[in-house]
Design a binder for this molecule. Structure first.
Ligand code: IVH
Length: 711
């Protein structure tokens, strides 16, 4: 039997290799060179054949098969990896004077040596390092804290501009570093989709790229149209040069470098990026060799305005000494090299006419003034509206009718009003009239002492508040009830079927089937809920009964109780009854819960309407207490104070870890503390107190040994 399978398997292995090579190559030409060498049909056919073969012969499937581009691997957590070479950051400045100083300092340090600089764009994305061994991608790691990052290899494989196999000539073992960016048009399309599905949009492309790399399901990451742009090559002190053996005959890079040519290229940063480009990476075409400060300044000035015409965000310019052998001579400061510096662009600012102020009502009744302005082009988009935050903001900035507002956009996509252009103020301009009554329900607005804004007190009768609360309740981070977007909730409220979260759990199939709602504001297209749609909604509602207590608490929408606050309250009080019975000082004793939040929580549960909703939710079967995941009791009776930054855990994770092993975490050191668990940069006060009281201070490693000695 074995004999037969051995005979049979070789041609399959060959075919898998051949298909992988072809698909890889077509992918490369398509994404890097905008060239379709084969029809979509032919491409899909080859890919399908490869997928089928890998399915049939899983033992032959290659770790870097191009089929990995579509994802499929699921990472519950990301393995922490120590960088082989620390990922340094750059010294940065907003001042061109400091760039001049950098240049003259460098020149002085290098004396008579002749050298040049490279100027290149500073991408505003997420830094990652890619390790290649023998021409194959073996690991992708985020920068993390520079010493330790997250292993995101499965997600990185889905990014088309990250080569899985290198072309041409390359070192046998090295790292390529660069930035994962989210191109503007892809970012906007993705955000539009998120909003349509009732998900919170990302604030900017950088956050979106970072969130995408941390998606647990790599096939979800594959759907985000991320790009990788290489900006650095990290070589070990010893390496050999290899040549790709599996290059398709028709490659555009058929003429690959010789070993000597590669070695020559490796002597300069410019040459290294050129070499990296030939291996199959995307490298910015704008990198420029500059001989002196005048050329550096020209480059900076050019990109200060030209940057908005790029398809992705940059936040500055990076200037590096080009000759690699000089890097050692210049050395490092505490955390950044002396041979490079980043110049950061100031936020772009424009002035535009304030046409009117409108008032929006949120789910908590808070009224937010919004500036409607003459459309103005800023940072790659047209800006028409910007928040004016609250009444205090308008007063402090002294915003008047007919003023020209100064609007800024930094790294954020959301424009910010930063002041008034006083040179254009009309004589006698009147102060902006703040709304006196709710623009939605007409109720007189109120302002509570110590609050910066007004709110509409008509909780139960003001439509945007009611629907807003429902939207918050069903949101992904709360009860995660899919299939109930804003339109549908509005419709359910309009029909009188749902006005509180508890009503959702009384919905019946026959009430849903046939309901019509507007789905597209622009076209006014209407859709009707069919049998299947109704079943999906009811299934999602049913599913939400499994959502853990901390998220149920967040979903209630108590003012100032965000995701983190809800988690802390839930962990501390363990169940809703203990929480409802807690006094303000008891609530405020919880870490990260201030007096103000404590008061809001206390007041919330004094309102009989809220207690009735909680009761109905409990009856419906929602989780009203914390389900403890006890792993062991090894820390039973041991009390820890946790301080500093840890390598394997975030602060919250280490606390949860202690509790899961039966230990207790308290916030300040006392004679009752068994151990102070110290990470990096722990507070000196805690250390002093521990020494004074004779409380042992232990490291993360000591702790792990205490809990899991076998490891
Ligand atoms: S070079 C040792 N080049 O800026 C030099 N960095 O603090 C390593 N960045 O986190 C960095 N574009 O992610 C370099 N063209 C570029 C860059 C760049 C963006 C980021 C990088 C790093 C930060 C510098």
């Amino acid at each position: 039997m074995d004999l037969f399978s051995n005979i049979d398997i070789e041609p399959v292995r060959k075919r898998i290799e051949e298909l992988s090579r072809l698909v890889d190559y077509y992918n490369h030409e398509y994404y890097m060179n905008d060239t379709s060498l084969v029809s979509d049909f032919e491409f899909d056919r080859l890919l399908r054949e490869l997928i089928d073969l890998e399915h049939q012969y899983p033992e032959l499937s290659l770790p870097n098969s191009p089929t990995k581009r579509v994802g499929g691997e699921v990472n519950k957590t990301f393995r922490q990896v120590t960088h082989r070479f620390p990922m340094l950051s750059l010294g940065n400045t907003y001042s061109t004077d400091e760039i001049i100083e950098f240049e003259s300092r460098t020149r002085k340090l290098l004396g008579d040596t002749s050298f040049s600089y490279t100027c290149e764009l500073k991408y505003d994305g997420v830094a990652i390092g890619l390790t290649y061994r023998n021409g194959s991608l073996v690991q992708a790691v985020t920068r993390g804290n520079g010493a330790v990052g997250d292993d995101i290899t499965a997600n990185a494989r889905t990014i088309p501009t990250i080569p899985l196999h290198l072309f041409g000539t390359y070192p046998d073992d090295f790292e390529v570093r660069g930035e994962v960016v989210y191109p503007f048009h892809e970012f906007e399309a993705m955000n539009a989709l998120r909003e349509a599905e009732g998900d919170e949009p990302f604030a900017n492309p950088r956050n979106a790229a970072s969130g995408s790399l941390k998606l647990q399901d790599s096939s979800e990451c594959a759907k985000r149209k991320l790009q990788f742009c290489a900006y650095f090559m990290m070589l070990p002190s010893r390496y050999d040069v290899l040549h790709a053996t599996s290059q398709p005959a028709s490659s555009a890079m058929a003429q690959s470098m010789t070993s000597q040519e590669l070695t020559d290229h490796l002597a300069t940063h410019y040459g290294r990026l050129e070499a990296v480009r030939q291996m199959g990476f995307k490298v910015q075409p704008y990198i420029h060799e500059c001989k002196n400060i005048a050329e550096i300044m020209d480059y900076i000035n050019y990109w200060d305005t030209e940057r908005w015409n790029l398809p992705y965000a940059i936040d500055g310019i990076v200037i590096k000494v080009n000759q690699v052998d000089l890097w050692d001579r210049l050395g490092l400061t505490a955390k950044s090299p002396r041979w490079a510096i980043a110049y950061k662009f100031k936020a772009q600012q424009v002035s535009t006419l304030l046409e009117s102020v409108s008032f929006q009502v949120g789910r908590t009744g808070i009224v937010t003034p919004v500036a409607n302005m003459s459309p103005v082009w800023l940072g790659g988009t047209t800006v028409r509206r910007a928040t004016l935050n609250n009444a205090d903001f308008i007063q402090n900035m002294d915003i008047r009718e007919g003023d020209y507002l100064l609007v800024e956009k930094g790294g954020e996509i959301i424009p910010k009003v930063v002041g008034v252009d006083m040179s254009k103020r009309q004589p006698g301009a009147l102060a902006v009239q703040y709304a006196v009554t709710c623009p939605e329900c007409g109720t007189r607005l109120v302002r509570e002492e110590g609050e910066s804004g007004y709110y509409c007190p008509n909780q139960d009768g003001c439509p945007p508040q009611i629907v807003g609360r429902l939207e918050h309740f069903v949101a992904r981070k709360a009860m995660d009830i899919e299939n109930l977007g804003s339109e549908r909730l509005q419709m359910l409220y309009g029909k009188g079927l749902v006005s509180t979260a508890a009503d959702l759990y009384d919905l019946r199939r026959e009430q849903l089937v046939g309901l019509e709602c507007e789905v597209d504001e622009a076209t006014g297209r209407r859709s009707t809920i069919q049998d299947k749609g109704a079943d999906n909604i009811l299934a999602a509602i049913e599913q939400s009964k499994q959502v853990p207590f901390e998220r149920v608490l967040f979903a209630l929408g108590i003012r100032y109780v965000g995701e983190v606050g809800a988690k802390k309250l839930a962990r501390y009080f363990k169940n809703i009854d203990a929480l409802m019975a807690a006094s303000v000082p008891e609530l405020a004793a919880v870490e990260d819960v201030g007096e103000k939040t404590a008061t809001f929580v206390f007041d919330y549960f004094r309102d009989p309407r809220h207690r009735a909703i909680v009761e109905r939710l409990r009856q419906a079967g929602l989780q009203m207490s914390v389900v403890e995941h006890r792993v062991s009791n090894v820390l039973e009776g041991i009390t820890f104070v946790v301080s500093g930054v840890f390598t394997h855990f975030s602060r919250d994770e280490i606390k949860a870890h202690i509790e899961s092993h039966g230990g207790k975490v308290i916030s300040s050191v006392s004679s009752k503390t068994s151990y102070v668990l110290a990470g990096e940069n722990m507070g000196p006060e805690k250390l002093k107190k521990a020494e004074k009281l004779g409380v042992p201070v232990i490291s993360e490693v000591d702790y792990l040994q205490m809990v899991e000695p076998a490891k």
